[in-house]
Design a binder for this molecule. Sequence first.
Ligand code: PLP
Length: 413
Amino acid sequence: MSEPRSLAGEAEQLDAADGLAAVRGRFVLDDVTYLDGNSLGALPAHVPARVADVVARQWGELRIRSWEESGWWTAPERIGDRIAPLVGAAAGQVVVGDSTSVNVFKALVAAVRMAQEDGGAGGGDGGAGPVRDEILVDATTFPTDGYIAESAARMTGCALRPVAPAEVPGALGDRTAAVLLNHVDYRSGRLHDLPGLTAAVHAAGAYAVWDLCHSAGALPVGLDEHGVDLAVGCTYKYLNGGPGSPAYLYVRRDLQPRFDSPLPGWNSHAEPFGMRPAYAPASGAVRGRVGTPDILSLLALDAALDVWDEDAVSVAAVRAKSLALTDFFLRCVGAYVPDGRVESVTPAAHAERGSQVALRCEDAGEVMKRLIERGVVGDYRAPDVLRFGFTPLYVGFADVERAARVLARTLAG
Ligand SMILES: Cc1ncc(COP(=O)(O)O)c(C=O)c1O
């Protein structure tokens, strides 16, 4: 291979050698350089026809029969089992439904209930150790997690303590019930140490709840391998499920019998059609359900997940390309943008980087507006961050080079 003379030439060579390049053709894209898949993933081209079939045939013709004949009733667990390998979980532990916010609530309250049932550091029957009455929450969290943690704390008689993820090990104690953390920080793109932090939480006798919104579909998570207790995530970012597509809840298999949902709706009942006045929880992942699933969104997500299966896309390949894309973007920005005009707040170390690059920049809101006008779509997070998300399934190296070039031109005035 000849030496490229420019970053544009290098991008061309990198695209030619990209093993995932063909997957891009599965998505509806245009001339816009779309670097906002960490907010809303692009549309896989086959999804509209599938959704049309769900509406016209499954709903329009089969009507109520579709709950059985089209598999609507069991879709939350079936689709959960499709997401499971993407987050390193064996089947039977992931259920799809509700929003991430609602699943944070279910997971966190259930975690605190388990911790309080354990009876403190001494373990056992509820009297052996101090009361577990504190929840730690990622101080840099996406706001909804913090708001919900505050309410969960009030409901469970806990104090809520915001702590930066790196400080969590030092903040844990024998009163800690549960810790709610983000795998990747939504603003900076920092990847937190899920294995290490989960182990620290467990060593303190507490439960770890992880928000995977910015990692699932972009990098390996390893839920089972690292013994995570509970996890939640959205499906409209790197899983391309569509606007407002339902979220998912992971409850580790051995904890499922103890998962005491604060939202015990009829869909999670052991006998939902028994119409019993008293609640009795189903076993397994079903226990995480609440009410009637949002079938249209759920089946759009189901279709979107075909991209992973049909192209045999591995999370390892996605991660390798993601790091190559973000490395290349940082290099292009370094080469094109005058010194001091932007500052990357995304860690340089691969072990600490998600699949986005966040650049601190004066007038970031205005700069992003102008970038979008010029066909480079990222987003802006208050007060001063330009966010660029790199979805390896459809972003190429030429996109990366163009985005950095247009950014430099935009910053030049
Ligand atoms: C880390 C994180 N958690 C939660 C949410 C919000 O989830 P939802 O609005 O689907 O409840 C988001 C949305 O972007 C997010 O980035």
